[in-house]
Design a protein around this ligand. Sequence first.
Ligand code: MN
Length: 191
Amino acid sequence: MTYEQPTLPYSETALEPVISAETIRYHYGKHEKAYIDNLNRLIKGTEYEDAELEDIIEEADGALFNNASQAWNHIFYFFSFSPDGSREPGGELRKAIDRDFGSFEKFKEAFVEAGAGLFGSGWVWLSRDSDGKLLITQGSNAQNPLRDGLTPLLTFDVWEHAYYIDYKNLRADYLRQLWNIVDWDVVESRY
Ligand code: MN
């Protein structure tokens, strides 16, 4: 089986000025594509040739894990955004955010702080555990909460390639701007 890179549900200029078309061309067009190409090359002739991506992430190690997880993480990241979605969570997810973080504002602050505070490359995540409790976690490199039995709801990429073209070294500015393009209808559907 061959993994296909999903087409983005918006045009390359649709998220400007938060994420520029140039960043989309590199980050989606080159980085995400490379992880998926590597994944397809690495699974050939292995027990994972016909595996679900999630199973590879939970079981594999080394280059196979890194590329499988980076493929999954990037697809998940880019599908969390839209030019015109809900900019605030509603329903049961909103209730859970208020319950576990105090308020939506406090959640956003804590999420940005976790992303800005991660040393080196990685991801900041909002996930739910098996009891329905929400958690903010950060992980280096290709880390994915699926490895810890959590259900990921939202992630921001904090590898420099995600923001350097548009924000240079200002990672926290990039993270704060992302709130303007998160589609909370998508996040809610994952909850
Ligand atoms: Mn990335």
